[in-house]
Design a protein around this ligand. Structure first.
Ligand code: FAD
Length: 448
């Protein structure tokens, strides 16, 4: 008995799946597996909202594989290498194929697995399924990674020609005997308490949901994206972020589905996703440390009560609270509002950006270590191509500009418009005073 193990990770799709196609091309039975070993990812193992998504997405993938006469073998443990060795033993597999990921602990783990399996005589191969271009293939003129987005994207897009997406396989060869696995439910990814009704109503995880959303976006909203993408009350953006994170859709598919929009603002945002992944790969310490070293000395404040008010959407600042409530209810928040709530936390409340990154990590369905790290370091002024620290967003003027009719704010804070206006709390900080104290704190950093 011999076989190829196809190790699914953040590539939960059948279309445009180079590792799957290569596994099939080996000509031996293909055994699709999913291994749940969250301890390996340390504090950045998937959070609660992402686990909900993962459960749905794995269920969809398993059903799609069954339609092809295949299966998804699920196992869990402390250690992916041990789980793979056991599967090799159980199946007689001679090769393990997977799609690459870029998070520091995962990169180190995968490198170790590849080396050991190869040393033991197995074929271990990884493929690009998540990016338009690999981090090691883009450098500035000094041979270093780019730290500024515009020249990075200009360089990437100049001669970008990603291969056309691969079709979904017809019917992979299956083994005569399937190895044992556990049920999806046994992974206990679903919340114990029922708080996920809003997620369920908002999203359709899985490859088909992703394709439908992309089609709908390219059919209409993409035309006005440049004008509407900053208006949180309007469905002007694609909402593809969780699908892209879980690999239910590849950026290559987006690129090829939208030939007219390759130099549009929308594709530039896909470029930001590339940029964040490249940065995380080249600067792995930034998940927990500022890219700009001087920020390690920044005088952050700690205040549990204010942090809890921010998390619950009870700061008394309408745009901030609307965003935090949208996040809690749907597992997603509009990008403009992400920038506003992040600025409020790191500047007006002057709390460490990691508090915000951790809360987002647990509550976002699109929680992605590359984009979340860059997003928070950008807001705090300590990351690559970051907003300068002294540029403090004013949530009131942001609301006037981007939610002029208060439509978004009223959607998420109904009590503001109704009789119960008194139930809405007063602001926990004065915007002007807190801005000035943030700027003063920033000055002490520069003065040293
Ligand atoms: C503090 C903060 C934290 C963030 N955390 C995450 C996160 O954990 N996961 C995540 O996917 N995005 C994150 N973002 C980036 C951005 O807010 C989301 O990608 C975007 O809102 C997703 O909505 P959309 O799919 O409708 O985007 P669209 O506007 O339709 O853009 C298309 C795609 O481009 C990518 N993209 C867009 N903007 C960015 C950006 N600024 N950085 C990186 N990629 C981008 C996403 O994959 C997105 O799906 C964060 C931004 C901030 C300010």
């Amino acid at each position: 008995m011999t076989a190829t193990l196809l190790w699914f990770r953040q590539d939960l799709r059948l279309t445009d799946h180079p590792a799957l196609q290569a596994a099939i091309a080996r000509g031996e039975p293909v055994i699709p597996v999913f291994l749940w070993c969250p301890d390996e990812e340390g504090e950045w193992a998937p959070g609660a909202a992402a686990r909900w998504w993962l459960h749905q997405s794995l269920g969809t993938l398993a059903r799609d594989l069954e339609r092809l006469g295949s299966q998804l073998v699920i196992r869990q443990g402390k250690d992916s290498l041990a789980a793979l060795r056991k599967l090799i033993k159980d199946t007689g597999a001679t090769a393990v194929y997977w799609s690459r990921r870029y998070e520091p602990l995962v990169v180190a783990r995968d490198r170790h697995i590849k080396e050991l399996l190869r040393a033991e005589g197995f074929e271990a191969r990884s493929f690009n399924a998540a990016l338009l271009i690999e981090p090691w293939d883009v450098q500035n003129l000094s041979g270093k990674p780019f730290q500024v987005f515009t020249p990075f994207w200009r360089r990437v897009i100049t001669d970008l020609a990603p291969p056309a997406p691969l079709p979904a396989p017809k019917k992979p060869l299956s083994p005569a005997h399937w190895p044992s696995g556990i049920t999806l439910e046994a992974l206990r990814l679903m919340p114990k308490i029922h708080w996920h009704g809003g997620l369920q109503q908002t999203w359709s995880p899985g490859e088909r949901g992703a394709a439908k959303l992309l089609d709908a976006f390219l059919d209409g909203p993409v035309k006005d994206y440049g004008d509407t993408r900053n208006l949180p009350a309007v469905s002007g953006t694609s909402r593809l972020s969780p699908h892209l994170h879980f690999g239910e859709l590849s950026p290559r598919q987006v690129w090829h589905a939208a030939p007219k929009w390759r130099s549009s603002q929308f594709m530039t945002e896909i470029g930001w996703r590339e940029f964040t992944h490249h940065l995380l790969y080249h600067f792995p310490r930034t998940t927990n440390e500022p890219l700009r070293g001087e920020f390690a000395r920044f005088p952050w404040r700690d205040n549990e009560r204010e942090l809890a008010a921010w998390q619950r959407g009870q700061t008394g600042i309408p745009l901030v609270d609307a965003g935090m409530r949208e996040l809690w209810e749907t597992g997603w928040m509009h990008n403009r509002v992400r920038m506003v709530v992040a600025s409020f936390l790191v500047k007006n409340l002057r709390m460490h950006w990691l508090h915000g990154a951790r809360w987002f990590w647990d509550t976002l369905v699109d929680a992605d270590l590359a984009s979340n790290t860059l997003g928070w370091q950008w807001a705090a002024g300590c990351g690559a191509d970051a907003a300068p620290y002294f540029r403090v967003f004013n949530p009131a003027s942001q609301a006037e500009k981007f939610d002029p009719d208060n439509e978004y704010i009223r959607r998420w804070i109904p009590e503001l418009g109704g009789k119960s206006a008194k139930a809405y709390p007063p602001p926990i900080v004065d915007l002007k005073v807190s801005r000035e104290s943030a700027l003063a704190a920033f000055k002490t950093l520069r003065g040293r």
